[in-house]
Design a protein around this ligand. Structure first.
Ligand code: NAX
Length: 326
């Protein structure tokens, strides 16, 4: 049998954690023949630690053959020790009357500490995926703490947006989801994101040739995808959890599958007109030990104008946390 892969999950007792851990332990993320060790981090409060124990009891009760061990802790240096994957789901939610800038700064502190701990104790091949919002800025803050691990190991999740975008196109065209390809998310995981329908395909044909109602694409499709998170909260009274966990499974599995093509928020390095040093969603192709960004899509003026809006937002977030980028 293969040696186990160590996976750290933060915020493990939260909503997404509850929808995520069982799927990791059952082999859906890293393979049905791949043993895993889960290293679960929660905040030190009695409530969170007790809830975490409860989740661990349920994981035990599933008797997953691939789940070799579990570590439960409130110490980041324990949670990230020797991990191959660090899934940063936990973050501080926005409280009533809280300004966005305060949220950015409060979370910034968490991601400075976690970035430091990961760089100090994780395995040499560690890869990091950030889900906790604002995820693009949080991952930038964590990556800026890294001295040992390369910046391109740090990614944030825009896969839920890609999945939402593909589903909406399939529904409108009345085709199966498998017919939709090359739909990539550019920019921030926020309503400003650009779900690039201009290069997406349905059954191998340009989306714009299959769905000829351009006004629908621009004025209904894009806002529907961008505001889907809010629509879920409105309907369910709670934010997306199962679909977010599912997207994280997709994000990690595809990063671990050479040749897979998918949307990932990465260090932009100035690609597609994004500012240098911000983390922006864009298409990548996974390789044996990482990924390469696909840079070949030519953006028209409409696409460029959308990318500018989401880039401006990312630059604004970076400005708010500039003192935290050490
Ligand atoms: P919950 O509030 O249910 O769970 C978060 C958990 O994180 C809590 O149990 C909390 O105790 C823990 N936590 C907080 N600070 C921590 C820290 N410093 N270290 C370890 N654990 C910590 O939220 P949930 O619904 O699970 O969502 C988690 C995060 O995902 C939120 O920030 C949310 O905004 C974000 N999302 C991101 C998405 C994306 O596509 N990138 C989509 C879904 C989701 O909204």
């Amino acid at each position: 049998t293969k040696p186990p892969i160590r996976v750290a999950v933060t915020g493990a007792a939260g909503n997404i954690g509850y929808a995520l851990l069982f799927r990791i332990a059952s082999g859906e993320m890293l393979g049905k023949d791949q043993p895993v060790i889960l290293q679960l981090l929660e905040i030190p409060t009695e409530g969170a630690q007790k809830a975490l124990k409860g989740v661990a009891m349920e994981l035990e009760d599933c008797a997953f053959p691939l789940l070799q061990d579990m570590v439960l802790t409130d110490d980041a240096n324990v949670a990230f020790k020797d991990v191959n994957w660090a899934l940063l789901v936990g973050s501080k939610p926005r409280g009533p009357g809280m300004e966005r800038a305060d949220l950015l700064k409060d979370n910034g502190k968490i991601f400075i500490a976690q970035g430091k701990a990961i760089d100090a104790v994780a395995a040499d091949n560690a890869r990091i995926a950030v889900v906790g919002n604002p995820c693009n800025t949080n991952v930038m803050i964590a990556a800026n703490q890294a001295k040992r691990l390369p910046r391109n190991r740090f990614t944030a999740m825009v896969r839920l947006d890609e999945n939402r975008g593909r589903a909406q196109l399939a529904k409108k065209a009345g085709v199966s989801i498998n017919e939709v390809s090359e739909l990539f998310i550019y920019g921030n995981h926020s309503p400003t994101m650009f779900a690039d329908f201009t290069h997406a395909k349905i059954g191998g044909k340009a989306v714009t040739d299959v769905i000829t109602d351009r006004a629908w694409l621009e004025n209904e499709y894009l806002p529907t995808v961008g505001k889907r998170g809010a629509a879920i909260i409105d309907a369910r009274g709670q934010s997306s959890a199962a679909s977010a966990a599912n997207a994280l499974i997709d994000h990690v599995r595809d990063l671990a599958t050479p040749g897979a093509v998918h949307s990932v928020a990465v260090d932009s390095e100035g690609r597609y007109g994004f500012a240098e040093g911000v983390w922006a969603g864009m298409p990548v192709r996974s390789t044996a030990d990482g990924y390469e960004v696909i840079t070949s899509y030519e953006m028209d003026d409409f696409a460029k104008s959308k990318i500018k809006i989401t880039n401006d937002e990312l630059v604004g977030e970076r400005e708010t946390v500039k003192d935290m980028l050490g």
